[in-house]
Write a protein that binds this ligand. Sequence first.
Ligand SMILES: [Fe+2]
Ligand SMILES: [Fe+2]
Length: 204
Amino acid sequence: MMSWEESTKQKMLHLQLPTDPRWVDIAEMNIKDILVDHAYCEQKAASSCISLIINFYDFEEVTEVLIPVVAEEWGHFERVIEHLNKRKFALGKPRKDEYVIKLLDFVKKGGSRQQQLTEHLLMNALIEARSCERFKLLSQQIKDDELKKFYYELMISEAGHYVNFIELARKIYDKEKVNLRWQEWLTYEAEIIKNLEIRGDRMH
Ligand SMILES: [Fe+2]
Ligand SMILES: [Fe+2]
């Protein structure tokens, strides 16, 4: 059996561009902003799964797989809030999420419901993969022991979600087509990461 580190590393290899190592240094210096942005990432993750459940209620597998994911993301949200409270940081307003806005541009409109659902599942899978990569960096490099452990746990959890989304897409739609489209998404995402400004107040 592969260890978690090994299997996560393998999965992360799918990302075509690793995060710029400067990001984690800047993030650590701006941990308050990172926690705030992270809280909203968890909220958006939960909300987006709820939307998928509602919009694709006719696909049984969607509710089956995504209801537990909603619960986990909401649990993550609660835990980030605890970390904020403990440090007496306020949640504050959500930030404009340029990464997600750019990903949304790539979602193909039209096609069958299976195709539409697949687009959203692949987009979510990518966000999970990138988040997982960033949690890994945080867990390896920041000095705060408590946060280190927290990010390590999240890295594992988000890797699980990544698998949930990809496998769900492969069940819903033609596996070969899903794999081809996944490659296109990966290439597009690498381009986004290359062009996004590195900032210490964003998870992405
Ligand atoms: Fe999460
Ligand atoms: Fe997740």
